[in-house]
Design a protein around this ligand. Structure first.
Ligand code: PMP
Length: 399
């Protein structure tokens, strides 16, 4: 019989599975609020003008397609460090930071996870409750035991910071803490600057290993403002990991553009760490693809294209904000008594609406509006044409 005869069907990915159901829905009014992708007001994934210009220049130059170094393009990696730490960072000048180009933010997390497993095989990994649904599976697949730390407080729709801090304070030295650097996915609830400083202090006092996941830099308040957590750690003298994703900020989802950075204690240490990270990469996919990273590096290293990109990024950020305000007002206009103004406070692409799984199910059945069963919606899928319709549906299921 077949060697696959006893293979079981794996469960569908909850969000990608939602896409399949959405695509099969024949209603013309359908709306997909499930997937974490930024759409413009016409419901299209934008090709940023800065990216297009960089791509045209690259096409014209027609460079050869040799292998990249194992850690990817030096120009790209330098640009990533500047975005994260600021171009005047002493850590960068000292050579304490290593960066490896990666296959999106997911690839960066996976290289980091595999390297950490070699570095600290017995450490436990802690993720926020709740977290991006791939965090747990990804670190488990690297061989770690993964636990939650308290994070979201449904009563205040904010962060249960006392609970989070108490938990972090109780962990064993060497525990690995996954932190959302900004725009927490799925809740949209972020720590304040003062709370970040407290987290840094706890990590120092308890000897924890921070791993910051930066998937939405520029989507909350701006490029530097959204780096406050990274900057607080970089000022602390601690060692830490950062995964970067440019899927959203450059609208380059399928090009898989990300990076893993590790902040070490010295240049000499950085050299040794990089050599080990390169071993992980070499045995996984040898070296990263050229195209997406080259576009990001070209945009970030040209003053004109960089300015263009910053303007476009601000446009995406402002449009999401406008959709937050618009949704709250449209729901209110439907005569809903429940206060939804918290949606305006939440940051980034997502909102935890508080809609129950049953309400989400009704939105799908009665309106063709798809959301994650936890009540998470993607604000960047709203536009001036579907806003009213979505507000109507939320009103209908919550009244
Ligand atoms: N981390 C978080 C918190 C995310 O939300 C995502 C996905 N949007 C990723 C990592 C993965 O990013 P990428 O699509 O670049 O792999």
């Amino acid at each position: 019989s077949s060697i696959f005869a006893a293979v079981e069907m794996a469960p569908r990915d909850p969000i990608l599975g939602l896409n399949e159901s959405f695509n099969a829905d024949t209603r013309s009014t359908k709306v997909n609020l499930g997937v974490g992708v930024y759409f413009d007001d016409n419901g299209k994934i934008p090709l940023l003008a800065a990216v297009k210009a960089a791509e045209e220049a690259r096409l014209k130059a027609a460079p050869p397609r040799g292998y990249q170094p194992i850690e990817g393009s030096p120009a790209y990696n330098q640009a990533v460090q500047n975005l994260l730490l600021g171009k005047d960072s002493a850590l960068i000048a000292n050579g304490q930071v290593i960066t490896a180009q990666a296959l999106g933010g997911t690839g960066a997390l996976k290289i980091g996870a595999d390297y950490l497993k070699r570095l600290s095989p017995n450490a436990k990994v802690y993720i926020s409750d709740p977290s991006w649904e791939n965090h747990r599976a990804l670190f488990e697949s690297a061989g770690f035991v993964v636990e939650n730390y308290p994070y979201y407080d449904a009563a205040t729709r904010g962060v249960n910071f006392a609970g989070m801090k108490a938990c972090l304070n109780s962990l064993e030295a060497g525990s690995i803490i996954i932190l959302h650097a900004c725009c927490h996915n799925p809740t949209g609830a972020d720590l304040s600057d003062a709370q970040w400083q407290e987290v840094v202090d706890v990590c120092r006092a308890r000897g924890l290993v921070p791993f910051l996941d930066m998937a939405y830099q520029g989507f909350a308040d701006g490029i530097d403002a959204d780096a406050v957590a990274v900057r607080a750690f970089s000022a602390s003298g601690l060692q830490f990991f950062v995964s970067s994703s440019f899927s959203k900020s450059f609208s380059l989802y399928g090009e898989r553009v990300g990076a893993l950075s590790v902040i070490t204690a010295s240049k000499e240490e950085a050299g040794r760490v990089l050599s080990q990270v390169k071993r992980v990469i070499r045995t996984n996919y040898s070296n990263p693809p050229i195209h997406g990273g080259a576009l990001v590096a070209a945009v970030l290293s040209s003053p004109e294209l960089r300015q263009m990109w910053e303007t476009e990024l601000a446009g995406m950020r402002d449009r999401i904000r406008a959709m937050r305000t618009g949704l709250v007002e449209a729901i209110k206009a439907q005569g809903v008594a429940q206060d939804f103004s918290f949606v305006v406070q939440q940051r980034g692409m997502f909102s935890y609406t508080g809609l129950t799984a049953a309400q989400v199910e009704r939105m799908k059945d009665e309106f063709g509006i798809y959301a994650v069963s936890t009540g998470r919606i993607c604000l960047a899928a709203l536009n001036t044409k579907n806003l009213e319709y979505v507000a109507k549906a939320i009103a209908a299921v919550t009244k």
